[in-house]
Design a protein around this ligand. Structure first.
Ligand SMILES: CC(C)(COP(=O)(O)OP(=O)(O)OC[C@H]1O[C@@H](n2cnc3c(N)ncnc32)[C@H](O)[C@@H]1OP(=O)(O)O)[C@@H](O)C(=O)NCCC(=O)NCCS
Length: 184
């Protein structure tokens, strides 16, 4: 194909994933300046971790931050919460894990660990483990998220074999609704 040189993914050997501390000024500082891109949908993700999550009086999402060990920079984050929603072919509303916001900073997009695994993928796995381990979660609980239809990279990320979300319909405006029901 092509003949141009393939760009090597950035190697980031060590990343720590932990819960965001909303009572920590250090964590607020960590999130300042997070930038996962200038597209509208990217801006919304950055705005969440810079500003929205810190607003008083909110019922906060469960938020995990991935911190690159060398410089202590915020590589990415993911936020989830339980939500009761209607799903096609389900007579009653069901509880789901909604992945509310998920993003990797521009400079770390595509970054891999020493074994070549994408950090975005590892961060999502950790988020999913965190959600599953919650006392209010059940093993068959679907995961749900909304993704802008113009967000090709995001859609590819969610629908890849590793995560296997499926588009089940439109959401508001430009959004698509994606769901993954764990195999029983
Ligand atoms: C979505 C996101 C978390 C994925 O993290 P990442 O580190 O970029 O992940 P990857 O590099 O594995 O990219 C995801 C897929 O898009 C592909 N991709 C890379 N650049 C692309 C581009 N410009 N256009 C479309 N697809 C692209 C990758 O090859 C990969 O596909 P593959 O799994 O088939 O190899 C990250 O890009 C991001 O934070 N985007 C902005 C915020 C966002 O969109 N969040 C999700 C909202 S629903």
């Amino acid at each position: 194909m092509g003949g141009g040189a393939e760009e090597q993914p950035r190697l980031v050997p060590d990343v720590r994933v932990r819960r965001l501390r909303l009572d920590s000024e250090d964590d607020k500082t960590l999130c300042e300046g997070f930038d996962c891109g200038q597209e509208e949908w990217e801006h919304q993700v950055s705005d969440f971790i810079i500003r929205k999550i810190w607003l008083p009086g909110r019922d906060p999402e469960h938020t995990l931050v991935a911190i690159e060990a060398e410089a202590g920079a915020l590589l990415g984050f993911g936020a989830w919460k339980h939500q009761t929603v209607e799903l096609p072919q389900r007579p009653e509303p069901v509880a789901v894990v909604r992945v509310c916001y998920f993003g990797v900073a521009l400079e770390f997009k595509g970054a891999v660990d020493a074994d070549g695994h994408k950090w975005a993928s590892r961060l999502y796995s950790t988020l999913e483990d965190d959600a599953r381990a919650h006392e209010s979660s059940t093993p068959d609980m679907p995961f749900e998220l909304f993704c802008d239809r113009r967000n090709e990279r995001g859609l590819r990320f969610w629908t890849s074999e590793a995560r296997a979300f499926e588009v089940i319909g439109p959401g508001a405006l430009e959004l698509l609704r994606l769901v993954r029901v764990p195999p029983t």
